[in-house]
Design a protein around this ligand. Structure first.
Ligand code: DC
Length: 226
Protein backbone atom coordinates (compact mmCIF):
# COMPACT_ATOMS: atom_id res chain seq x y z
CA UNK A 1 0.00 0.00 0.00
CA UNK A 2 1.33 3.42 -0.95
CA UNK A 3 1.58 5.67 2.11
CA UNK A 4 2.00 9.30 1.01
CA UNK A 5 4.71 11.37 2.69
CA UNK A 6 5.10 15.16 2.63
CA UNK A 7 8.56 16.34 3.71
CA UNK A 8 9.07 19.90 4.93
CA UNK A 9 12.74 20.76 5.38
CA UNK A 10 14.45 24.05 6.11
CA UNK A 11 16.44 26.06 8.65
CA UNK A 12 15.32 26.83 12.23
CA UNK A 13 12.64 29.46 12.53
CA UNK A 14 11.30 29.27 8.96
CA UNK A 15 7.90 28.16 10.32
CA UNK A 16 8.24 24.44 9.53
CA UNK A 17 6.73 23.26 12.83
CA UNK A 18 3.59 25.41 12.67
CA UNK A 19 3.06 24.73 8.97
CA UNK A 20 3.69 20.97 9.28
CA UNK A 21 1.32 20.60 12.23
CA UNK A 22 -1.44 22.59 10.48
CA UNK A 23 -1.07 20.67 7.21
CA UNK A 24 -0.97 17.29 8.99
CA UNK A 25 -4.22 18.21 10.78
CA UNK A 26 -5.90 19.30 7.52
CA UNK A 27 -4.86 16.08 5.77
CA UNK A 28 -5.47 13.83 8.80
CA UNK A 29 -1.91 12.48 8.49
CA UNK A 30 0.64 11.62 11.18
CA UNK A 31 3.29 14.18 12.07
CA UNK A 32 7.02 13.68 12.65
CA UNK A 33 8.93 16.54 14.30
CA UNK A 34 12.41 15.09 13.68
CA UNK A 35 14.12 18.03 15.41
CA UNK A 36 12.48 16.96 18.66
CA UNK A 37 14.25 13.57 18.40
CA UNK A 38 17.64 15.34 18.20
CA UNK A 39 16.52 17.74 20.93
CA UNK A 40 15.42 14.86 23.21
CA UNK A 41 18.79 13.17 22.73
CA UNK A 42 20.49 16.51 23.52
CA UNK A 43 18.54 16.69 26.80
CA UNK A 44 19.57 13.12 27.66
CA UNK A 45 23.22 13.97 26.88
CA UNK A 46 23.09 17.10 29.06
CA UNK A 47 21.35 15.21 31.90
CA UNK A 48 24.07 12.56 31.88
CA UNK A 49 26.76 15.24 31.75
CA UNK A 50 28.38 13.62 28.69
CA UNK A 51 31.18 15.42 26.92
CA UNK A 52 29.87 16.66 23.54
CA UNK A 53 33.05 15.31 21.90
CA UNK A 54 32.47 11.79 23.24
CA UNK A 55 30.77 10.37 20.14
CA UNK A 56 30.88 6.74 21.34
CA UNK A 57 29.04 7.57 24.58
CA UNK A 58 26.44 9.69 22.71
CA UNK A 59 25.84 6.88 20.19
CA UNK A 60 25.45 4.36 23.03
CA UNK A 61 22.94 6.64 24.75
CA UNK A 62 21.05 7.26 21.45
CA UNK A 63 20.54 3.51 21.11
CA UNK A 64 18.94 3.24 24.54
CA UNK A 65 16.65 6.24 24.94
CA UNK A 66 12.90 5.56 25.03
CA UNK A 67 10.89 8.35 23.42
CA UNK A 68 7.15 8.81 23.37
CA UNK A 69 5.39 11.52 21.36
CA UNK A 70 1.88 12.41 22.46
CA UNK A 71 -0.13 14.89 20.34
CA UNK A 72 -2.14 17.13 22.66
CA UNK A 73 -4.43 20.03 21.78
CA UNK A 74 -1.91 22.64 22.90
CA UNK A 75 1.12 21.02 21.22
CA UNK A 76 3.37 18.01 21.33
CA UNK A 77 4.19 16.29 24.66
CA UNK A 78 7.44 14.35 24.65
CA UNK A 79 8.47 11.79 27.27
CA UNK A 80 12.11 10.73 27.58
CA UNK A 81 12.46 7.46 29.48
CA UNK A 82 9.04 8.14 31.02
CA UNK A 83 9.79 11.73 32.07
CA UNK A 84 7.97 14.70 30.48
CA UNK A 85 10.68 16.87 28.85
CA UNK A 86 8.31 19.12 26.83
CA UNK A 87 9.30 22.24 28.80
CA UNK A 88 13.01 21.82 28.04
CA UNK A 89 12.58 20.93 24.36
CA UNK A 90 12.24 24.50 23.07
CA UNK A 91 15.17 25.98 25.01
CA UNK A 92 17.97 27.62 22.97
CA UNK A 93 20.58 25.52 24.80
CA UNK A 94 18.73 22.35 23.80
CA UNK A 95 18.60 23.43 20.12
CA UNK A 96 22.27 24.37 20.04
CA UNK A 97 23.34 21.07 21.66
CA UNK A 98 21.05 19.19 19.26
CA UNK A 99 22.74 20.86 16.30
CA UNK A 100 26.20 19.85 17.63
CA UNK A 101 25.38 16.16 18.21
CA UNK A 102 23.36 15.99 14.95
CA UNK A 103 26.59 16.60 13.03
CA UNK A 104 27.91 13.13 14.00
CA UNK A 105 27.07 10.58 11.25
CA UNK A 106 27.06 7.72 13.80
CA UNK A 107 24.39 9.51 15.84
CA UNK A 108 22.28 10.16 12.72
CA UNK A 109 22.54 6.49 11.73
CA UNK A 110 21.14 5.33 15.09
CA UNK A 111 18.23 7.76 14.89
CA UNK A 112 17.35 6.97 11.25
CA UNK A 113 15.07 3.98 11.87
CA UNK A 114 13.24 5.76 14.72
CA UNK A 115 12.25 8.42 12.16
CA UNK A 116 11.31 5.97 9.36
CA UNK A 117 8.97 4.19 11.80
CA UNK A 118 6.68 7.25 11.81
CA UNK A 119 5.53 6.43 8.26
CA UNK A 120 2.09 4.92 8.84
CA UNK A 121 -1.26 5.04 7.02
CA UNK A 122 -2.99 7.23 6.04
CA UNK A 123 0.10 9.43 5.51
CA UNK A 124 2.92 11.38 7.13
CA UNK A 125 4.09 14.99 7.29
CA UNK A 126 7.79 14.94 8.25
CA UNK A 127 9.54 18.12 9.36
CA UNK A 128 13.32 18.52 9.63
CA UNK A 129 16.53 19.15 7.71
CA UNK A 130 17.06 15.91 5.74
CA UNK A 131 13.55 14.47 5.46
CA UNK A 132 13.40 14.81 1.65
CA UNK A 133 17.07 14.02 1.01
CA UNK A 134 17.90 11.13 3.40
CA UNK A 135 15.08 9.84 5.60
CA UNK A 136 12.25 9.79 3.01
CA UNK A 137 14.01 10.25 -0.37
CA UNK A 138 11.02 8.64 -2.17
CA UNK A 139 8.46 11.02 -0.62
CA UNK A 140 5.70 12.00 -3.00
CA UNK A 141 5.68 15.66 -1.90
CA UNK A 142 8.73 17.70 -0.89
CA UNK A 143 8.83 21.29 0.33
CA UNK A 144 11.88 23.35 1.34
CA UNK A 145 10.75 26.21 3.55
CA UNK A 146 13.15 29.04 4.18
CA UNK A 147 13.27 32.71 5.30
CA UNK A 148 16.07 35.23 5.75
CA UNK A 149 18.15 34.90 8.95
CA UNK A 150 17.06 38.42 10.01
CA UNK A 151 13.37 37.57 9.67
CA UNK A 152 13.78 34.26 11.54
CA UNK A 153 15.67 36.00 14.36
CA UNK A 154 12.93 38.66 14.63
CA UNK A 155 10.24 35.95 14.90
CA UNK A 156 12.19 34.09 17.58
CA UNK A 157 12.81 37.34 19.49
CA UNK A 158 9.08 38.17 19.40
CA UNK A 159 8.17 34.68 20.64
CA UNK A 160 10.56 34.94 23.60
CA UNK A 161 9.43 38.45 24.57
CA UNK A 162 5.78 37.35 24.38
CA UNK A 163 6.61 34.51 26.77
CA UNK A 164 8.17 37.07 29.14
CA UNK A 165 11.70 35.74 28.50
CA UNK A 166 14.50 38.31 28.29
CA UNK A 167 16.05 38.25 24.80
CA UNK A 168 18.69 40.01 22.74
CA UNK A 169 18.05 40.32 18.98
CA UNK A 170 21.75 40.55 18.00
CA UNK A 171 22.61 37.45 20.01
CA UNK A 172 19.67 35.50 18.57
CA UNK A 173 20.68 36.50 15.01
CA UNK A 174 24.26 35.33 15.49
CA UNK A 175 23.11 32.05 17.12
CA UNK A 176 20.74 31.41 14.19
CA UNK A 177 23.54 32.12 11.70
CA UNK A 178 25.95 29.80 13.56
CA UNK A 179 23.33 27.02 13.70
CA UNK A 180 22.56 27.43 9.96
CA UNK A 181 26.26 27.23 9.14
CA UNK A 182 26.73 24.05 11.23
CA UNK A 183 23.58 22.39 9.79
CA UNK A 184 24.52 23.33 6.18
CA UNK A 185 28.22 22.56 6.29
CA UNK A 186 28.19 19.19 8.06
CA UNK A 187 29.37 16.29 5.90
CA UNK A 188 26.43 13.96 6.63
CA UNK A 189 22.87 14.86 5.65
CA UNK A 190 23.52 18.61 5.42
CA UNK A 191 20.63 21.06 5.30
CA UNK A 192 19.83 21.53 1.59
CA UNK A 193 16.75 21.29 -0.61
CA UNK A 194 16.11 17.93 -2.29
CA UNK A 195 16.42 18.26 -6.07
CA UNK A 196 12.71 17.56 -6.46
CA UNK A 197 11.57 19.89 -3.65
CA UNK A 198 9.46 22.98 -4.20
CA UNK A 199 11.04 25.98 -2.40
CA UNK A 200 8.93 28.48 -0.45
CA UNK A 201 10.47 31.64 1.05
CA UNK A 202 8.30 32.65 4.00
CA UNK A 203 10.10 35.97 4.74
CA UNK A 204 7.20 38.08 3.45
CA UNK A 205 4.36 35.60 3.93
CA UNK A 206 2.01 34.97 6.83
CA UNK A 207 1.79 31.45 8.25
CA UNK A 208 -1.72 31.14 6.73
CA UNK A 209 -0.33 32.03 3.28
CA UNK A 210 2.42 29.39 3.60
CA UNK A 211 -0.10 26.74 4.70
CA UNK A 212 -2.32 27.64 1.71
CA UNK A 213 0.66 27.34 -0.68
CA UNK A 214 1.58 23.90 0.69
CA UNK A 215 -2.02 22.68 0.44
CA UNK A 216 -2.25 24.01 -3.16
CA UNK A 217 1.00 22.23 -4.01
CA UNK A 218 -0.39 18.92 -2.72
CA UNK A 219 -3.68 19.31 -4.59
CA UNK A 220 -1.93 20.31 -7.82
CA UNK A 221 0.54 17.44 -7.63
CA UNK A 222 -2.41 15.10 -8.11
CA UNK A 223 -2.09 13.25 -4.87
CA UNK A 224 -3.49 9.99 -3.61
CA UNK A 225 -5.04 11.92 -0.74
CA UNK A 226 -8.61 11.98 -2.00
O1 DC B 1 14.25 21.84 13.92
P1 DC B 1 14.90 22.01 15.28
O2 DC B 1 15.35 23.42 15.55
O3 DC B 1 14.05 21.46 16.38
O4 DC B 1 16.24 21.10 15.24
C1 DC B 1 17.22 21.16 16.23
C2 DC B 1 18.55 20.69 15.65
O5 DC B 1 18.48 19.29 15.34
C3 DC B 1 18.97 21.36 14.34
O6 DC B 1 19.75 22.52 14.57
C4 DC B 1 19.75 20.30 13.62
C5 DC B 1 19.19 19.01 14.15
N1 DC B 1 18.30 18.36 13.19
C6 DC B 1 18.89 17.61 12.20
O7 DC B 1 20.11 17.59 12.10
N2 DC B 1 18.13 16.91 11.32
C7 DC B 1 16.80 16.95 11.39
N3 DC B 1 16.08 16.26 10.53
C8 DC B 1 16.16 17.74 12.39
C9 DC B 1 16.95 18.44 13.27
Amino acid sequence: MNIPVLTIDGPSGAGKGTVSRAVSRKLGWHYLDSGSIYRALAIAVLKQGLNLNDVAAIVELAGHIQLQFICEDDGLKVDLNGEDISAQLGMESTGNTASIIAAYPEVRAVLLQKQKDFKRAPGLVADGRDMGTVVFPDAEFKVFLTASAEERAKRRYKQLIEKGIDANLCQITSEIEARDRRDRERATAPLRPAEDAVCIDSSDLTIEQVIAQVMDFIRQSGSKTE
